[in-house]
Design a protein around this ligand. Sequence first.
Ligand code: PLP
Length: 384
Amino acid sequence: MKKIQMVDLQGQYAKIQAQVDSRISEVLKSAAYINGPEVHEFQKNLEEYLNVKHVIPCANGTDALQIAMMGLGLQPGDEVITADFTFAATVEVIALLHLTPVLVDVEKDSFNMSIAALKKAITPKTKAIVPVHLFGQCANMEAVLEVAKEYNLFVIEDTAQAIGANYTFKNGTKKKAGTIGNIGTTSFFPSKNLGCYGDGGAIFTDDDALAHTLRGMVNHGMYKRYYHDVVGVNSRLDSIQAAVLNVKLPLLDTYCDARRAAARYYNNGFKNNPNITTPKMGNGCEFICENCDCHVFHQYTLQITNGKRNELHQHLLDNGIPNAIYYPVPLHSQKAYTDPRYKEAHFKVTNELIDTVISLPMHTELDNEQQDFIISTILNFINK
Ligand SMILES: *Cc1c(COP(=O)(O)O)cnc(C)c1O
């Protein structure tokens, strides 16, 4: 059996090495290292793939979120609602811009923002909602959009973990995650579903005026060289990373399929176990989820409900099976983001999830032999 990895970037690279190496080498020879043709080509390719009018490449997924909030003109004191159970980048940029983060609880089965909690958190100061498509599963966007419309709020989708996912509305319309709200953001961090070989990110929107604003903002607020109309930042995707992404983007759907196939294999292995909850597929669009493509399994995350999660974590490590606890501490309990307004009772689900979740190896190169070993090791431990 091949050594099991949490994410197998070497195995994936080995299959595309010839194309990647030659494209990188072309960039090196061209010396067009910043804003070169590869970056423009990637922008066009991604616009086409996502079926969105504008892609604005930038330096990473955290910048993408920050620039999105700057582009929408959010002002200090405006309240921005996001999920308590996620990576810190989302709440970090809200705080950096002196906006007021408002964390809300999540749904136990999908790990995504609770719509009931979202509605309760709205005040006259609320300006935007940031649903995070956590672990690759689309948030309940139909419900988020209804709330946003009722209260006239912006929707920024954090798509760092879900690029390639398709959300299906009740009327049958499909849209790519990240193209449903006013703005979508993503990350090309190497371990993300569409990863480059360094840092990278992008912002998506169908709004022409907003796209224009954002393009200046990523480039020092310049719309004409050396004329600075707004306060911007320096946030660029470099040409070498764009070259890697131009090789990998045409493979993204195949990569998503490989992840979904691995997830189904795990689901089957763990089915009907009273101590293990497998991840739900479908979130507001379950009606179509026979062959669901609204989940791209950035992570495959189980809930271990018999109180043995920590022991299982160690047992797997002892058996050479990498695994991770995403996330061990909810954002509302992080030192940087505590707030006297938060009550523990508001975060019942997150507080439970941090003690039950465990993410298993998930990537495009997993094979059945490896998965069989992971599944039997877990079942032997849980059932004993
Ligand atoms: C990875 C990630 C980010 C940040 O992306 P970087 O490119 O690392 O800055 C933001 N949000 C979520 C949910 C992420 O998983």
